[in-house]
Write a protein that binds this ligand. Structure first.
Ligand code: APR
Length: 257
């Protein structure tokens, strides 16, 4: 198993045996991370933030403690990200995964992303392990709240709206560092990893648990694991690693299935 396979110039080097695995797969789990939205212009989580946010470390904004300390700064950061997402379009990677899901029938998409680009590309029943930018809730009583109108400018600091029921502050509907993942989403993703025969890992550095454990669970029970990323990863040295951008590789793969 030549590992990794350089796919930056196309899939000519793809071994037929790998294509067979992809064609024969009965149950497919796809795990995506920020890299699948990179070609839509959404900065990946660990790329340097730009503009007003350049001086902040995302990990220092994505916590309940940061929100309590400065709700306006944290709320404004997520509203900036939400505005980016709403201004972006799904890219060929999102669309190829949606097409594959329609054609295959037993393909489930699990994402760490908090954008809605998979859904806007046509994917159904997407499992969001880290929540969503589009589902704010009350920080005090957890009641779901409507997303407010976006701020005029990306750099504008805005106060979070108040919960109409208890007067608490609205918080982003994302999972912050130190918070538990939504139990049902995690249980569904874990069950899929335990029974899939193909696990596709697209655009994630695999640094954050428990999402990062899913490919290992699939590998452990005998699934074929295929990682798509411009950078190789040591944890996947025994799997198939296709080096390149998801927006090029996924549509090209789908054409061959
Ligand atoms: N196609 C495929 N992969 C890409 C592309 C692309 N065009 N561009 C970048 N990548 C890869 C990077 O090489 C990297 O491995 O996407 C990955 C992005 O990694 P991170 O920025 O760490 O994002 P992610 O893995 O999704 O982070 C996981 O960590 O901080 C938390 O909650 C946050 O959901 C996030 C989680």
């Amino acid at each position: 198993m030549p590992n990794p396979i350089d796919c930056r110039d196309g899939l000519a080097a793809l071994p037929p045996v790998l294509l067979e695995h992809l064609r024969q797969a009965d149950e497919v789990l796809v795990l995506t991370g920020a890299g699948v939205s990179a070609e839509s212009g959404i900065a990946t989580f660990r790329e340097a933030l730009n503009g007003l946010w350049a001086r902040f470390d995302p990990a220092q904004l994505a916590t309940a403690e940061a929100f309590v300390e400065d709700p306006v700064r944290v709320w404004s950061w997520y509203e900036w990200r939400r505005a980016q997402v709403l201004a972006a379009q799904p890219n060929p990677a999102h669309r190829a995964l949606a097409d594959w899901g329609r054609q295959h029938g037993r393909l489930r998409l699990v994402t760490q992303n908090v954008d809605d680009l998979h859904e806007r590309a046509g994917s159904r029943e997407v499992i969001h392990l880290h929540g969503s930018l589009h589902a704010p809730r009350c920080f005090a009583c957890a009641r779901p709240l409507a997303a407010p109108a976006l701020p005029e400018s990306a750099e504008q600091l805005v106060a979070p709206p108040l919960c109409p029921a208890c007067g608490g502050l609205a918080r982003p509907g994302v999972v912050w560092f130190g918070e538990a993942l939504p139990a049902e989403a995690l249980a569904s993703a874990w069950a899929l990893a335990e029974r899939c025969d193909l696990c596709l890992v697209v655009g994630t550095s695999g640094l954050v648990q428990p999402a990062a454990s899913l490919p290992g669970v699939a590998r452990q029970q005998g699934a074929t694991v295929v990682r798509i990323d411009p950078q190789p990863a040591a944890d996947f040295k025994g799997d198939w690693q296709l080096l390149g951008a998801a927006g090029m590789i996924l549509p090209a793969l789908l054409e061959r299935l």
